[in-house]
Design a protein around this ligand. Structure first.
Ligand SMILES: [Zn+2]
Length: 212
C-alpha cells in the first residue's frame, strides 16, 4: 500500500486512541505520515487534586510511546464543552494544516456523535476537507444513537495490545472508572467489528468522503 498523509482529529485527548488507536498503530507500521491535533485538554473535567496539565502529559506519553515527534502533533487548549465558541479559529487551524500537511485522509469524530465538542470538530472537519481529502469518522459507541459501520480497518493481536498500552497512559481517566476504558469492552467491540469483516479484530468507521 502506498504511504499516505493522515490527519487525526481529537476533540479531547483520548478520543482518537479509543476510536482508532489500533488503526493508528497500523498506519505507523505501514510508514504513513501522521499529524495529530487535540483541541482541548479538558482541564476542567479532571478528578480533583490533579495538576491542570495532566491530560496533556498523558497524551504526550501516548505520542512518545508511538514514536511521534513534536512536529507531528499539536495540542490546543480550547475550553472543554465550549468548542462552539471557537468554530472559526478551529476552521482556520484546519485550513492551515490542509495547506501545510496536505492530508490524503482525515479521521475525526462522527456527525452522529452527540457530544457537543465532537459535533463541532466533525462539522469543521467536513467544511475544511470536503473537496481535498478522504474523510472517515471513528466509533465511540457511548456517544452515538446510530453509527454506520461502512469501512473496517482489520487489526491483529499486536495492534490491539498496543491500543490498550496507549490507553493505559490515561491514568486520570481510569480513576473515573469509565466503562469504555475497560479492556473487556475494548476487545469486545473490536471482536464484534472483526466478525463483520472476517478478521479477528477491527475498528469500524463511517465514510463521509472517499477519494481515490
Ligand atoms: Zn471527547
Amino acid at each position: 500500500m502506498l504511504s499516505m498523509h493522515i490527519l487525526i482529529l481529537s476533540p479531547h485527548t483520548d478520543d482518537a486512541e479509543l476510536g482508532c488507536g489500533g488503526s493508528i498503530t497500523k498506519f505507523l507500521e505501514n510508514g504513513d505520515s501522521i499529524y495529530w491535533i487535540v483541541f482541548s485538554t479538558a482541564e476542567e473535567s479532571l478528578p480533583a487534586g490533579l495538576p491542570k496539565n495532566t491530560l496533556e502529559r498523558e497524551f504526550l506519553n501516548v505520542t512518545q510511546n508511538l514514536g511521534l515527534c513534536n512536529e507531528e502533533i499539536q495540542v490546543c487548549n480550547f475550553k472543554v464543552r465550549y468548542l462552539h465558541e471557537n468554530r472559526q479559529q478551529i476552521l482556520d487551524k484546519l485550513i492551515e494544516v490542509r495547506k501545510k500537511f496536505k492530508p490524503d485522509l482525515v479521521i475525526g469524530p462522527s456527525i452522529n456523535d452527540y457530544h457537543q465538542d465532537h459535533q463541532i470538530i466533525a462539522n469543521e472537519m467536513i467544511r475544511a476537507f470536503k473537496t481535498t481529502a478522504s474523510i472517515i469518522s471513528y466509533e465511540l459507541p457511548w456517544n452515538h444513537i446510530t453509527f454506520n459501520t461502512q469501512l473496517f480497518i482489520k487489526l491483529k493481536d499486536e495492534h490491539m495490545s498496543k491500543k490498550c498500552d496507549l490507553l493505559k497512559n490515561y491514568k486520570s481517566q481510569y480513576m473515573k472508572e469509565r466503562l469504555y476504558f475497560s479492556e473487556e469492552f475494548i476487545f469486545g467491540l473490536a471482536r464484534s467489528r472483526g466478525v463483520q469483516c472476517n478478521s479477528k479484530y477491527a475498528e469500524a468507521f463511517e465514510v463521509i468522503r472517499w477519494m481515490l
